[in-house]
Design a protein around this ligand. Structure first.
Ligand code: AMP
Ligand code: MG
Length: 304
């Protein structure tokens, strides 16, 4: 069975976390100067260039999404994770703005409800996976169950003691469950693209302050975000372990530099478009017989 995973433009491979690699986030630059060409440009020129790329990608994404729907074989699952203010919502809005709304659905995941907590941790995500031909976007995902819940084990659902977080190997068990879950999806025609939007702690501070400087952004500010910021280092640890354990050949993680929103958006758009284009999909073939039936129909309509 072919579980090679998504094929993307060569230069994007450098953002993929190699399977089994031990991730240390301090080794990943969240800034904009991501290669020699960009480094030599002024920030304005780089932004201009990347925004033009994003424009092109959006147009291409609209076309390949139509093919994805028509060929009705694969589904695309896009997982977005990142610290608070990392830019998940904005990335979705900018990257998907050209796509036919009927071919794409976005699901955001908040604190689980009592009903959700009464089921296994994958249940609420499984229910809303994209069907064949569709692009599904998870704004947060089952990865929260090894991130926020890892940092705050008291927020976990109640499990039988012998299976709970104090039992040995609990977290590695969850990573294995996630890997098995994703492998199952891949083997059934889902292409999984996982993005960690990587921002620096200082950039988060600026973004939180921006929400307090602008009346129209007040609603975005949650005091909970400030509380979570106190756990920054714990989150970094949880992310590092998670990224190291769940980046696989069939469902790799991309670490996306996200201190500059236009870099993150363009990179995400580039990965999605090149992964879908790489499937080399075509419109369904029409047999001679079907062509004849279509032509008969045409004649009948014209004769009315
Ligand atoms: P937001 O994305 O700003 O709307 O916030 C959603 C909140 O839901 C965040 O604080 C997440 O940490 C929280 N959340 C999402 N999934 C889970 C989960 N599985 N367990 C606990 N909290 C979660
Ligand atoms: Mg929030």
């Amino acid at each position: 069975m072919d579980t090679k995973g998504p094929q993307v433009k060569k230069y994007l491979n450098k953002f993929i976390v190699e399977p089994e690699k031990k991730v240390r986030l301090k080794n990943y630059d969240p800034g904009w100067a991501q290669n020699d060409t960009l480094k030599q440009m002024s920030e304005d020129t780089a932004q201009d260039l990347l925004e033009k790329m994003l424009e092109k990608d959006r147009a291409q994404l609209e076309q390949v999404q139509a093919l994805l729907a028509a060929s009705h074989q694969y589904s695309i699952l896009i997982v977005l994770q990142g610290m608070d203010t990392a830019g998940k919502d904005g990335t979705i809005r900018h990257v998907m703005s050209g796509v036919n709304p009927q071919g794409c659905e976005v699901h955001g995941f908040k604190v689980p409800s009592a009903e959700e907590h009464a089921h296994d941790f994958l249940w609420r995500y499984y229910k809303v996976l994209p069907e064949r031909g569709m692009i599904g976007i998870f704004n947060r995902s089952y990865y929260e169950d090894v991130l926020v819940v890892r940092v705050h084990p008291e927020r976990m659902e109640e499990l039988p003691k012998k299976f709970g977080p104090d039992s040995g190997g609990f977290w590695s068990g969850r990573y294995k469950d996630i890997n098995a879950f994703e492998k199952h999806l891949v083997q059934n025609g889902t292409i999984i693209l996982k993005f960690f939007l990587h921002i620096s702690k200082d950039e988060q501070k600026q973004r939180l302050l921006a929400r307090l400087d602008d009346k129209e952004k007040y609603w975005k500010f949650s005091t909970a975000d400030l509380a979570e910021r106190q756990f920054w280092n714990k989150y970094v640890g949880a992310y590092e372990e998670m990224l190291s354990a769940t980046s696989t050949e069939y469902a790799p993680w991309f670490i996306v530099p996200a201190d500059y929103k236009w870099v993150a958006r363009t990179l995400v758009a580039e990965v999605i478009t090149s992964a879908i284009s790489g499937l080399k999909l075509s419109y369904p073939k029409v047999s001679d017989e079907q062509v004849k039936a279509l032509m008969d129909a045409k004649q009948k309509l014209e004769a009315e």
